[in-house]
Ligand binder design. Structure first.
Ligand SMILES: O=C(O)CCC(=O)C(=O)O
Length: 283
């Protein structure tokens, strides 16, 4: 289902059809074939769901961040005034790998920004191949970024799920009422509120990896918050000894800076009940 009818604020995601054009798609695929797949995955979210971190200066990350048109598309999807790139991954799923359990990725639930209408952080998933139920399409639950749903109480705390995975009959692994499956085309991008419940079904067939980058669209006023995400490479992206190189690059305005010790507590578990409309009653 292509989601141009959906909105990041009302639903929790938006699809940008044809985000990567044919030339960009083939250049990203060529880059992957020639270099990146040789790197070992460093995060395994579930068996068969591997994440391979990308750096701020990797060719394919730079290609997107350097494009004013692409940055503007992401800003537009998020209505974001202060967009920063935080981390990037290749997400690779082997054939016959299990479902990726239903989860949300926000990590700072003690902060009041968690209960705003706007996404405190977003993921942009760039699809390099068509996806459907058999090839790792994203499943999303509309509205779950703004309020508790019945499935929230069935999900394990994010830190309890390790690479050994959840059993296939766990409620977080199967279908659930109200979910939508985003069958997208190669080149499309999906922008997700980090609080939205999402996952992928069991992967039946081989498909190329997809690119995933996390962007912050923060009204978090402490820059250090931007360097504390749950990503594998956020700290590396913000390392002081890379500051000069990052500061001199031609998309430096999109890179977070981080000058000191962590100051925000990481809490990946939403409250047992929440509804951002209670906090923002006029909306
Ligand atoms: O691999 C995917 O399609 C989804 C990735 C995902 O859910 C995540 O990284 O949070």
């Amino acid at each position: 289902m292509i989601g141009t009818d959906f909105s990041i604020e009302a639903d929790g995601w938006v699809v940008i059809p044809g985000f990567l054009d044919a030339e960009e798609l083939s250049s990203v695929r060529a880059n992957l074939a020639s270099s990146l797949l040789a790197r070992a995955p460093t995060c395994v979210r579930q068996p068969g769901n591997d994440l391979l971190p990308l750096r701020w200066d990797d060719v394919i990350v730079a290609k997107i961040l350097r494009s004013k048109a692409h940055v503007q598309q992401i800003r537009g999807a998020l209505a974001a005034s202060d967009l920063k790139w935080l981390s990037g991954y290749l997400s690779a799923k082997a054939p016959e790998s299990p479902a990726l359990w239903r989860h949300q990725d926000w990590w700072c639930w003690d902060h009041p920004i968690s209960f705003g209408l706007a996404a405190p952080q977003a993921a942009v998933l760039y699809y390099l191949d068509d996806t459907n139920e058999r090839s790792g399409a994203l499943r999303v639950l509309a509205g779950s970024h703004h309020a508790t749903t019945p499935i929230h109480s069935e999900l394990p705390p994010p830190d309890d799920v390790d690479a050994s995975g959840l059993p296939a009959d766990h409620p977080a692994m199967g279908n659930f009422p109200g979910q939508r499956t985003l069958s997208v085309r190669a080149g499309d991008a999906v922008v997700l509120d980090y609080r939205l419940l999402h996952g992928t079904p069991r992967q039946r067939r081989a498909s190329p990896p997809r690119l995933h980058s996390a962007v912050v669209h923060p009204r978090l006023d402490k820059p250090s918050a931007r360097a504390q995400g749950p990503s594998c490479d956020a700290r590396r992206a913000a390392r002081i000894d890379e500051a000069a190189a990052a500061g001199a690059c031609d998309y430096a305005d999109l890179l977070p800076t981080f000058a000191g010790a962590a100051s925000l507590a990481i809490n990946r578990c939403p409250p047992a009940t929440f509804n951002v409309r209670d906090v923002n009653p006029a909306t």
